[in-house]
Design a protein around this ligand. Structure first.
Ligand SMILES: [Zn+2]
Length: 255
């Protein structure tokens, strides 16, 4: 049976997600940015939390863990590279491990770049990627502890997923990301349409998460670092995509 997935806002701009296996009732929160909205989402759906799958150790992704664990006694799975830095951690995982949520299963991908311990959870059978702060709708995370090269490798790996793969990211920065994307890739018609869609969604109190890999490949400048038009926009015509990516990310930091 396919996974049931719900997404909802937490804190200032974080996105909470619940993934449930309808066959067994097992239900995982992807990160725990804030206890209240997660409880509310569980209550609305009539679901019971059994697991928390942590993508990385940053405070705004783990703050809700202790309260939820006290209430539900749920299992906390976190990156091995964040060992000792995630509250309530029960199990650590690394590249190539499989995490089960009832009968659902996710591959663990180490995706360093935003931080050294970052991992993503790829539910292959459901075509759902929980990408944390590695990729966002129309953007990507700041490169804070790893190299630009590592971040580019992580993003390139996402780009090889099927176009229909759904991407659940850890924040909704879509409107500001769209502004930057339009500056970096001004002649991209698909991007213009998507930026307009993002504005409409915001006006209606919605957000564009999940996105799909196909949509991101067509409109996210950070996945389009191999496109000559994007390379030209950062003055890196003919350069390796990794170098174009770095120039884009540095520009976005100043934008
Ligand atoms: Zn983070």
């Amino acid at each position: 049976m396919p996974a049931e997935i719900r997404v909802f806002p937490c804190l200032q701009d974080n996105i909470g997600a619940l993934v449930r296996d309808p066959a067994t009732g097992a239900c995982a929160a992807i990160d725990a940015p804030e206890e209240g909205p997660i409880l509310k989402a569980l209550e609305e759906a009539g679901w019971r939390l059994t697991d928390i799958l942590v993508t990385h150790r940053h405070r705004d992704h783990v703050e809700g863990i202790e309260g939820l664990k006290r209430r539900f006694g749920c299992r906390v799975v976190a990156p091995a590279k964040a060992a000792g830095e995630v509250p309530g951690m029960d199990e650590t995982v690394r590249e190539g491990d499989t995490v089960r949520v009832g009968a659902l299963s996710a591959e663990v991908w180490e995706t360093p770049g935003h931080c050294r311990d970052h991992i993503a959870y790829w539910f292959a059978e459901d075509g759902a990627l929980f990408a944390g702060d590695t990729i966002f709708t129309l953007g990507c995370g700041r490169v804070m502890e790893s190299t630009f090269e590592e971040m580019w490798t992580s993003l390139s790996r996402f780009a090889r997923l099927p176009d229909a793969a759904r991407v659940y990211s850890g924040h909704d920065y879509t409107i500001s990301n769209a502004r930057f994307a339009l500056a970096a890739d001004p002649d991209n018609a698909a991007l213009k349409a998507r930026a307009a869609e993002a504005e409409r969604a915001k006006a209606e109190g919605r957000f564009l998460i999940p996105s799909t890999i196909g949509e991101e490949k067509a409109t996210n400048p950070f996945l389009r670092a191999g496109d000559p038009a994007v390379a030209r926009a950062v003055g890196k015509e003919g350069a390796e995509p990794g170098a174009v990516f770095q120039a884009l990310r540095e520009w976005k930091n100043r934008f």
